[in-house]
Design a protein around this ligand. Structure first.
Ligand SMILES: NC(=O)c1ccc[n+]([C@@H]2O[C@H](COP(=O)([O-])OP(=O)(O)OC[C@H]3O[C@@H](n4cnc5c(N)ncnc54)[C@H](OP(=O)(O)O)[C@@H]3O)[C@@H](O)[C@H]2O)c1
Length: 264
C-alpha cells in the first residue's frame, strides 16, 4: 500500500498505526490503562513501575536510533536536530522520569505487564515511523526547513510544553515525601501550583501540546500518529483522573478543569 511517502512498508505501517490509535481511542474509555492509581490485578502480572516504564519506553530510543542511521539523509543538519530532540525527550521519559519516581517500599508492583506489551508495540512503531521519515523519506526537512515558520512555531511549542511537562511531573512527584516512601505508604495529595491551578491533568496537557508542536515542526503524519495515540490514551485517562480526585478529596478546587484551562 502506498499513499503517503511512496514507500510501501512505511505507508502500510503508518496506516496500521493510525488505525491502532483509533482503536485505543475507543477502548481507553472503557478500560483505563492498568498502572498507577488505576492499577488492577485483573490483567495479569504486575511489575515495579520504574522497571515497567523503562522497559516500555526503551524501544522508542532503540528503534529510532537504529532506523535513523540507516536513512539516506541522516547527516543533514535539520534531521540531526530532530535526532537530538528525540534523544533528550526519551532520556527524560525513558530513564530520568522512572528513576526519580517515588515508589513506596514493599508495595506490590503497580505497572501491568499488559501495559508494557502494548507499550512495546506503540513505542517501536513510533520510533520507526518518525526515524524513517525524518532521516530519509521527508524531502522537506533539508537545511532550509530550519527557517520555515512551521518549524519555528512547532519547535517553540514543543519546548515550552516539554519544560512545563517536566515541571508538572515534578510537582506530582514531590507530593509523596521520602519518609512516606521509606515507610511504604502510598500517599496521594492534591497537586498545587503551576498549571495545576487551572487543570487536573497538567502533565497530560503539556504532553499533548508537546506532540502537537513536534507534529508541526516535522510537518509529518508520523507526528500526527503519536499525537493521536497519546490523545487516545490520555484524554479518557484525564477524565477518569479528574473524577478520581473529586471523589477522593471533598475540598478539591471547584474551578479546576479536566484538561483545557478555563474551557474543559
Ligand atoms: N504519550 C503518552 O501516550 C503517555 C502515556 C502515559 C503517560 N505519559 C506521560 O508520562 C508522565 C506520567 O504519567 P502518569 O500517567 O504516570 O502520571 P501520574 O498519574 O501523575 O503518576 C506519576 C507518578 O506520580 C505519582 N502520583 C500521581 N498522583 C499523585 C498524587 N496525587 N499524590 C502523590 N503521588 C502521585 C504516581 O504514583 P502511583 O504510581 O503510586 O499512582 C507516579 O509515581 C506524564 O508526563 C504523562 O504525560 C504519556
Amino acid at each position: 500500500m502506498t499513499w503517503y511517502t511512496g514507500d510501501a512498508t512505511y505507508d502500510t505501517l503508518l496506516a496500521i498505526g493510525l488505525g491502532f490509535a483509533a482503536l485505543v481511542g475507543v477502548a481507553a474509555w472503557f478500560v483505563p490503562s492498568p498502572y498507577g492509581r488505576f492499577s488492577s490485578g485483573r490483567f495479569g502480572l504486575r511489575t515495579d513501575p520504574r522497571l515497567g516504564w523503562i522497559l516500555m519506553e526503551l524501544p522508542a530510543t532503540v528503534t529510532f536510533v537504529a532506523v535513523y542511521f540507516s536513512g539516506a539523509r541522516w547527516d543533514e543538519p535539520a534531521r540531526l536536530l530532530f535526532l537530538a530532540v528525540w534523544l533528550v525527550h526519551y532520556a527524560n521519559r525513558g530513564f530520568a522520569f522512572p528513576l526519580r519516581m517515588r515508589v513506596p517500599k514493599g508495595q506490590p508492583g503497580s505497572f501491568g505487564a499488559m501495559v508494557v506489551g502494548f507499550g512495546w508495540f506503540s513505542t517501536a512503531l513510533h520510533g520507526y515511523l518518525n526515524a524513517a521519515f525524518i532521516a530519509g523519506l521527508a524531502p522537506h526537512l533539508a537545511v532550509a526547513w530550519l527557517a520555515d515558520p512551521r518549524f519555528l512555531v512547532g519547535i517553540a511549542l514543543y519546548y515550552a510544553s516539554y519544560v512545563m511537562n517536566i515541571r508538572s511531573d515534578g510537582i506530582v512527584r514531590d507530593l509523596r515525601t521520602a519518609d512516606e516512601v521509606a515507610r511504604g505508604e502510598k500517599t496521594y495529595r492534591v497537586p498545587q501550583g503551576g498549571l495545576f491551578r487551572y487543570v487536573t491533568n497538567a502533565s497530560y496537557l503539556t504532553e499533548l501540546t508537546a506532540w502537537l508542536g513536534f507534529a508541526i515542526a516535522t510537518w509529518s503524519l508520523a507526528g500526527v500518529f503519536i499525537l493521536a495515540l497519546s490523545a487516545a490514551n490520555l484524554v479518557p485517562r484525564a477524565v477518569a483522573t479528574h473524577r478520581w480526585y473529586r471523589e477522593r478529596f471533598p475540598d478539591y478546587p471547584a474551578g479546576r478543569k479536566v484538561l483545557i484551562p478555563f474551557v474543559w
